[in-house]
Design a protein around this ligand. Structure first.
Ligand code: ATP
Length: 445
């Protein structure tokens, strides 16, 4: 293995271990040995996940008059998945090694004739494996009562298209967005949360006149690129656009936004021009006419769909991978004797804790705690009084807190506190009356 690859694997191990140690992400059901492909988000993880979710919702729904929100069920009528093609086609090719019993997705093997684990050439014939997760609805466990956990959040958007349009009186073009769980029985879950069997998607389907489809595709592609650059602060070397050349027969254009994970480039989001395929299929299978009546031009049309589809878990993983850093010798600056500081350079908008309030001494607990309670109403905050201030800074660095506010013995007299910046480690004296404003500006920057 090349030196670079070993380093990347080590980096991934360090991220996984920090996530466990500091309560971001850990294996589900760990005391029972875990369950492959399922992950729990601990206190900081849950806060960060919610922050990303809120940011996406804010950008995609709340700030737009022409995008509506939806929160649909995970289990839908089984015909939904027949119409979408998932029951017949949502499968990957799988092969088993007869010698060591390992199982693989054929398209992920460097050499599909050799077992990557033991090198044996004795593999089973590749066969189709459907990724839909099956369950039963009601007390009888038979074919008639079989249902499926949704494999993507967008299908219920198509199914509810008509109801949402009527309820909101939206005219084309407009979008419907939803955040929620999706389930896929992935053959080989791996790379931490990157490929899980239960995960969260954030999807938006934009319905428009086919004539304007490509314009809207370009628009949404640009909007999403801007979001990664300006809100999540992804630099040009961290993400790239992959243009699909082989398209589904109904699609007109498709790109993926890919991110440079330590284990290689991986898909984070897809922006797809899906033509009229989805609504046409649901019209056929349900018998409901899902065409749009354009009263202004006295015509009926089947809307064209532009989709933006991103994984929340992958976004969080990308942010953590991008943020993780070990800085040699930086600690001396704050009088600490370890030689490395571990720091997450997370964008303040999505950091699990945005502001930590630290009294210089426990004697200052009362006013410091009161200040914490005050700013906690406006930011994600934490109060910490245990250990030296240097150690507390270090704890906050490790979870990516961009600002630490220290309340010292002068604070009571001059009504000012010291704000320490995570990235520069510089300190600034800020008047308490200006604090909220100061922090808001820095967080939004
Ligand atoms: P992949 O090729 O990686 O399997 P996909 O093309 O099947 O992904 P989509 O169906 O386009 O993925 O889903 C949209 C988004 O949902 C993906 O870009 C990704 O962020 C997320 N996603 C898909 N599958 C998983 C998974 N198993 N675990 C975590 N996130 C996922």
């Amino acid at each position: 293995m090349a030196e670079e690859e070993v380093k990347d694997l080590e980096l991934m191990d360090k991220i996984v271990s920090l996530c466990k140690r500091r309560g971001f992400i850990f294996p589900s059901s760990e005391i029972y040995g875990g369950i492959n492909g399922f992950w729990d988000y601990g206190p900081y993880g849950a806060r960060m996940k919610r922050a990303i979710e809120n940011l996406w919702w804010h950008e995609m729904v709340e700030t737009r008059d022409n995008v509506e929100g939806l929160d649909s069920t995970i289990i839908c009528h089984p015909r939904v998945w027949k119409a979408s093609g998932h029951l017949d086609q949502f499968s990957d090719l799988m092969t088993d090694c007869k010698k060591c019993k390992s199982r693989y997705r054929v398209d992920q093997m460097a050499d599909p004739t050799t077992c990557p684990n033991c090198g044996s050439k004795d593999l089973t014939e590749p066969r189709e494996f459907n990724l839909m997760m099956k369950t039963f609805v009601g007390p009888v466990f038979d074919e008639e009562h079989t249902a499926w956990l949704r494999a993507e959040t967008c299908q219920p958007i198509f199914v509810d298209f008509h109801s949402v349009r009527v309820a909101t009186r939206q005219k084309l073009p407009f979008g419907i967005a939803q955040i929620g769980k999706a389930f896929r029985n992935e053959i080989n879950p791996r790379n931490f949360t990157f490929r899980s069997r239960e995960f969260t998607q954030m999807e938006m389907e934009f319905f428009c006149d086919g004539e304007e489809g490509m314009e809207w595709f370009e628009y949404w592609k640009q909007q999403r690129i801007n979001y990664y650059k300006n809100k999540l602060k992804f630099s040009d070397d961290f993400f790239r656009i992959y243009v699909h050349e082989k398209l589904a027969h109904y699609a007109k254009a498709a790109i993926d936004i890919e991110v440079k994970f330590p284990f290689g480039w991986g898909e984070l989001e897809g922006v797809h021009h899906r033509g009229t395929w989805d609504l046409t299929r649901h019209s056929e299978f349900s018998g409901e006419d899902l065409q749009y009546m354009d009263h202004d031009n006295s015509r009926k049309l089947m809307p064209t769909v532009i989709e933006t589809s991103v994984g929340l878990d992958r976004t969080m993983l990308a942010l953590l991978c991008r943020a993780y850093d070990e800085e040699k010798a930086a600690t001396a600056k704050e009088g600490m004797d370890e030689d490395t500081r571990v720091v997450l350079h997370l964008p303040p908008l999505v950091a699990p804790i945005q502001v930590a309030v630290l009294p210089l001494s426990k004697k200052l607990k009362e006013p410091a705690y009161a200040l914490y309670k005050e700013i906690d109403r406006h930011f994600r905050c934490e109060y910490d009084e245990t250990g030296s201030v240097g150690k507390r800074y270090r704890r906050q660095d490790e979870i990516g807190t961009p600002f630490s506010v220290t309340f010292d013995f002068d604070s009571a007299n001059d009504n000012a506190v010291t704000v320490r910046n995570r990235d520069t480690m510089e300190q600034e004296r800020v008047n308490v009356t200006q604090l909220r404003d100061y922090l808001e500006k820095q967080i939004e920057a």
